[in-house]
Design a protein around this ligand. Structure first.
Ligand code: ATP
Length: 375
């Protein structure tokens, strides 16, 4: 553990936030590196914004080199921070003895009780979108993925294997479901106050699985506490279809862990792919901000990774810090960062490789920094 060279504004005040940075594996370090530069530009430009960053070790390469995926010091520093900025962890050729990948992100989600995986999917003007329908420009939805139980409950050696049979359980608890559906209802209510429909869809397979029927039952119980929010149900298979056919009809979706994992990749595809899909892992005491994508080893180290997903996650981090601690400078910085990205796409100055362009990680970040500096 060491203090990053990018640490900024060391003066300690009530509104100085400590950000633990976990770059991890593959493209994680590249996108984290430019994200820190962008945050530095914001600190320089936005009065009152103070961030102290600390880079922490962890990931599959760390496991390969040391036998430990997430050192205790990293976990402790992450716990003690105000927010965690996370690159990506995991490499296909570094595996646990049972064949699963090294995945400290899931360990952190469960350990820090980051129960709400927030995956906003919003098209920006100027982004080339895969759907031919011009109304795809209006896509603006958020998937809330339960992240501490469901089909990930048997993560890390807890599944059983007996001869020719392997079993993982889908664990759905009243407490775990209540807190995540409440989160979705509160978010829909907030979005309604900003002009969005304020509608939550519970996505499940309640027609087949007892665990998911229970998830739906709790959703129906809790919805009574949020009279201003509309609510409905949909099966996962129909939702996969309708997200492609009519994505504009969705506002907030809440679902089980694995279903949310799959659905959020599908939804990221609607706006061009993993390179532009941010996320936040939110709990009651801690929050972590990774991009939706993984470590993408196929493009690591060649300056081809799109950093926009992590930059948008960093904007979510600034919003979260600002709202939680009532610090307007963070909210201003989040808006300024999003506007800098939107302007880059709208003016055709951001053309990432994953969108068929020729702009590398560093060039895209520099465009965002230029836009921050010249708004
Ligand atoms: P995980 O299981 O950890 O979510 P994954 O193995 O499913 O990860 P990713 O690492 O997200 O997958 O990569 C999926 C594909 O998307 C790869 O071809 C990768 O190159 C591409 N990709 C992912 N992130 C980016 C990015 N930031 N910029 C450009 N391409 C990306």
């Amino acid at each position: 553990m060491h203090t990053s060279e990018h640490s900024v504004n060391t003066m300690s005040t009530d509104s100085e936030f400590r950000v633990a940075v976990m770059p991890g594996d593959g493209i994680g370090p590249e996108v984290c590196d430019v994200c820190l530069k962008v945050l530095h530009a914001l600190v320089t430009r936005v009065a009152g914004l103070q961030l102290m960053t600390e880079v922490l070790a962890g990931g599959a390469a760390h496991y390969r080199d040391t036998g430990v995926a997430l050192p205790d010091e990293s976990t402790k520093a992450a716990e003690d921070s105000d927010a965690i900025l996370f690159g990506a962890m995991g490499l296909p050729d570094v595996r646990m003895p049972d064949g699963t990948e090294i995945n400290p992100q899931v360990t952190l989600r469960i350990g820090l009780e980051l129960y709400a995986g927030v995956r906003p999917i919003k098209a920006m003007p100027g982004m080339p979108l895969p759907l031919a329908d011009p109304r795809a420009r209006d896509i603006d939805l958020v998937i809330i993925r339960e992240q501490t139980e469901g089909l990930f409950a048997d993560f890390q050696d807890k599944g059983t294997r007996d001869g020719d049979t392997a079993v993982d359980r889908c664990v759905v608890t009243r407490a775990g479901t209540s807190r995540v559906v409440d989160f979705a209802f509160r978010l829909a209510d907030f979005r309604r106050s900003k002009g969005r429909p304020g509608h939550v869809t519970c996505v499940d397979k309640a027609n087949v699985l007892t665990s998911m029927a229970f998830f739906r039952e709790i959703f129906d119980e809790r919805r009574g506490n949020f009279p201003t929010v509309d609510a409905g149900h949909a099966y996962i298979d129909a939702t996969a279809l309708n997200l492609v056919r009519q994505p504009r009809t969705f506002d907030v979706l809440v679902t089980e862990n694995l279903l949310g994992d799959i659905l959020s990749d599908l939804a990221a595809g609607l706006i061009g792919g993993m390179g532009v899909a941010p996320s936040a892992d939110i709990g009651d005491r801690h929050a972590m901000f990774p991009p939706c994508h993984g470590s993408a080893p196929d493009i690591a180290g060649i300056d081809k990774a799109n950093p926009i997903a992590l930059l948008l996650s960093a904007a979510m981090m600034l919003d979260w810090l600002g709202e939680r601690h009532h610090v307007s400078a963070c909210l201003t910085a989040a808006t300024r960062l999003r506007q800098a990205i939107e302007r880059g796409f709208a003016n055709g100055l951001i053309r990432p490789y994953d969108f068929g362009g020729t702009h590398g990680t560093r060039k895209i970040a520099q465009t965002v920094i230029d836009n921050i500096n010249t708004r």
